[in-house]
Design a protein around this ligand. Structure first.
Ligand SMILES: [Fe+2]
Length: 582
C-alpha cells in the first residue's frame, strides 16, 4: 500500500511517502523552495517524494492530510464569535486564510495531484503528532504526550499507544483545548521578547539561562492550574485569540513592563536586558513545571516506563531533561521532527497502521529521509571557480578533515541524505573544534551571524558521552536526536568552552556509529589528534535561511561565509587563501 502524508498551510509544510508500511522519503518544503518555514502547499516536496519512490500520483492508495480543516474552521469561527466585537478586524483575515485554502484542501489535493477525492483522508492534528512520535519509536507500549500552539482545537493531549501483532492503537485520554495552550503561552513571550514567533522560541530558551525566574509567580498567575491538573490561560493578559496582530494585552505589559524592540540588541548588562532574561527564565520555569507535573500524572496513570513526546513543545530540550529526571518515566522519545513538519510522516503512519489496519513495522531509527547530496556537483561548481578540489579515499579524507578541525578551520559537512526536522544531526552540519570561546564567537560572527547568547551544540560518540556530559539513565535516547539539554561535566567546561552554555549545559547529540558512520569515524579521528572525541555541530545554514540541501546550496553558503573547507561525501574543497597558507 502506498500512502502520501502532507502537512501544510500553518508552518513547516512537508510531505512523506510510505510504501508497504515503510518510510521511503520525507522532506520539508523549505529545504526545496529555499523559503524558511515555507507553509505553502508542498508541491516540490510531494513531487520529490513520488520521484524517490518511482511513483506516479495515480499509484497512490491514499493521500493523508495532517489535520481536519472543518474542525479548524469551526475553532476559528467560534473563537471569533466569542471575542466579538474585538475580533471584527481579525475575523475577515482569519476567514480568508481558512476559506482561501485550508477548508478546500480535499479539492486542492485532488486537483493538484490528480487523485480521486475519495482517496484523500484526514487525521486529527494531535493524532498526527502522536503517531509521528510513537510509531517511529522503538517501543511497543508507551504513554504519549503532545503539546503545541494549536491544531484544530486541542493544544495538549495525553494518551497511550500499543503496537504489535494484534494491531496498533493510539488512545487519547484527555486534551486541553484552545485558547489554553502552552505553545501559545511560550509564543506570546517569544513575541514580547522581540523574536519571531514559531522560530524564535529557541532564542527564548537560550536567553533563559542568563536570567533568574524572578517573575515565575507572575507567569503562574496568567496560566492558572486547575484542580484536575490542567491549566487555563487568563485571557485578560493575551490577545492572540482575538487578533492576529498582537499576542499579549495591555494588562500583560502592566505586569512585565514594556516589550523589547526587536531591532535593539539585548544588552545583558542593562536593567532592561536583565529583565528580558529574567522574563525568559520565568516562562521557561513555568512551562517546565507544568510539563513535569503533567508527565508525572500520566506516568502514575499508565504505569508505563516509556513516554513518547510530540508537538513543537517537545523541541524544548531543557524541559525534556527535567521531565526525564522528575516525572518517573525511564525513557523519553522525541522524534527528529516533533513539530508540524513531522506530521506529514505521522499522518501517513496513522493512516497505514490504524485507519487501514496494516501490520506493525519497526521504523528505521534515524532521521535521514531527504534528498542525497551529490559530491560530483560540488566538484563541478568548485572547478568552475578554479578552487582546489580533492576527491579522496575515505580514510585519507577523514584524517585530512580531522587535521583541518584541529588546525581551527570551520568545516561545512554534507553527507548522504538530508535530515528531517530542524536539527542538523550529522548530514548537513557545520563542524568545528569545540574548545574555545574564540571559536564560538567566530562562528557567530562570520558564519551564523546571529545573537551571541545562542549556544552551539556538541556531537560525541554515544560510547564516550559519559566522560564529558552528565547524562542521566535514559538520557542518551533524548540525546540521539538532540532533544535534551544536559550539563557538561565541570572538569571539561573549560576545554569545551565553545559548546558549554553560560549555565554549563549543552544540547548534546550522542552518536551511534550505525546512524552516521562517517561522522562517527571523524570524531574518532579527531580524538587521535586532540585527545577529545567531541566536535561542535551546528546546522549548515546562515541566519534566516533553511538548512542547505543540495551541493549548490552548501557551496553558495561556503562562498559567502567564514566556512573554510567544504566536504560533500569524499570531495573536499578549500578556499584558495587557505591552500596558500597550508
Ligand atoms: Fe502542531
Amino acid at each position: 500500500m502506498k500512502i502520501l502524508g502532507i502537512s501544510a498551510h500553518y508552518h513547516d509544510a512537508a510531505a512523506a511517502l510510505l510504501v508497504d508500511g515503510m518510510p521511503v522519503a520525507s522532506v520539508q518544503e523549505e529545504r526545496l523552495s529555499r523559503r524558511k518555514n515555507d507553509a505553502a502547499f508542498p508541491l516540490a516536496a510531494i513531487e520529490w517524494c513520488l520521484e524517490r519512490g518511482g511513483l506516479e500520483p495515480d499509484a497512490l492508495d491514499a493521500v493523508v492530510f495532517y489535520e481536519r480543516p472543518m474542525l479548524k474552521f469551526d475553532r476559528i469561527l467560534t473563537s471569533a464569535l466569542r471575542a466579538f466585537p474585538h475580533s471584527w478586524r481579525s475575523f475577515p483575515h482569519a476567514m480568508k486564510n481558512t476559506l482561501g485554502e485550508k477548508i478546500w484542501i480535499r479539492g486542492i489535493i485532488s486537483s493538484q495531484l490528480g487523485v480521486p477525492r475519495q482517496k484523500v483522508l484526514f487525521t486529527e492534528h494531535h493524532r498526527s503528532h502522536a503517531a509521528a512520535s510513537f510509531l517511529t519509536a522503538p517501543v511497543r507500549d508507551a504513554a504519549i504526550l503532545t503539546a503545541d500552539g494549536v491544531g484544530e482545537w486541542a493544544t495538549l493531549t495525553v494518551g497511550r499507544g500499543t503496537r504489535g501483532p494484534d494491531g496498533t492503537a493510539i488512545t487519547l485520554l484527555r486534551e486541553i483545548r484552545f485558547p489554553h495552550s502552552l505553545g501559545m503561552l511560550y509564543s506570546t513571550f517569544t513575541a514580547y521578547l522581540g523574536f519571531a514567533v514559531n522560530e524564535g522560541e529557541y532564542k527564548v530558551m537560550g536567553l533563559a539561562s542568563y536570567g533568574r525566574p524572578t517573575m515565575a509567580d507572575a507567569v503562574a498567575k496568567i496560566v492558572r492550574r486547575t484542580a484536575d491538573g490542567a491549566f487555563r490561560l487568563d485571557l485578560d493578559y493575551f490577545d492572540f485569540h482575538t487578533t492576529a496582530k498582537r499576542s499579549f494585552s495591555a494588562k500583560f505589559v502592566d505586569i512585565f513592563g514594556p516589550p523589547r524592540d526587536p531591532f535593539e540588541p539585548i544588552d545583558l548588562n542593562s536593567a532592561d536586558g536583565q529583565r528580558f532574561a529574567d522574563c525568559a527564565a520565568s516562562v521557561q520555569k513555568v512551562l517546565e513545571d507544568i510539563l513535569v507535573e503533567t508527565a508525572a500524572a500520566l506516568h502514575r496513570e499508565t504505569g508505563l516506563p516509556d513516554l513518547c513526546l510530540g508537538g513543537g513543545v517537545a523541541l524544548n530540550g531543557v524541559a525534556n531533561h527535567r521531565m526525564l529526571q522528575e516525572s518517573g518515566f525511564e525513557r523519553i522519545f522525541v522524534p527528529p521532527a516533533p513539530g508540524d513538519a513531522g506530521c506529514a510522516l505521522g499522518a501517513a503512519l496513522y493512516a497505514d497502521r490504524i485507519h487501514f489496519g496494516n501490520p506493525d513495522r519497526d521504523f528505521p531509527d534515524h532521521p535521514y529521509w531527504g534528498p542525497a547530496v551529490e559530491p560530483e556537483a560540488l566538484a563541478r561548481l568548485a572547478r568552475e571557480d578554479r578552487l582546489p578540489v580533492e576527491e579522496l579515499d575515505d580514510s585519507v579524507l577523514l584524517a585530512r578533515v580531522a587535521q583541518d578541525l584541529a588546525a581551527g578551520l570551520i568545516i561545512g559537512w554534507m553527507d548522504g541524505a538530508l535530515e528531517l526536522g530542524p536539527r542538523a544531526l550529522g548530514n548537513r552540519s557545520i563542524l568545528a573544534a569545540p574548545h574555545t570561546v574564540e571559536m564560538r564567537d567566530r562562528l557567530n560572527r562570520d558564519v551564523k551571524r546571529r545573537e551571541e547568547f545562542r549556544p552551539f551544540a556538541p556531537v560525541v560518540p554515544v560510547e564516550d558521552a559519559d566522560r564529558y556530559f552528565e547524562i542521566p539513565p535514559g538520557g542518551k535516547r533524548l540525546a540521539r536526536f538532540m532533544s535534551g539539554v544536559f550539563p557538561v561535566r565541570p572538569e571539561w567546561r573549560e576545554k569545551l568552552a565553545a559548546i558549554a552554555h553560560v549555565d554549563g549545559t549543552a544540547r548534546v547529540q550522542t552518536l551511534e556509529a550505525g546512524m552516521a558512520p562517517r561522522l562517527h569515524a571523524l570524531l574518532k579521528e579527531y580524538e587521535r589528534l586532540s585527545g577529545i572525541p567531541v566536535l561542535l555541530n551546528t546546522s549548515f545554514n546562515l541566519a534566516g535561511e533553511p538548512i542547505v540541501n543540495r551541493s549548490v546550496e552548501g557551496y553558495l553558503t561556503f562562498r559567502r561565509s567564514g566556512i573554510d573547507v567544504l566536504v560533500a561525501g569524499r570531495t573536499r574543497v578549500a578556499k584558495r587563501f587557505m591552500e596558500k597558507a597550508a
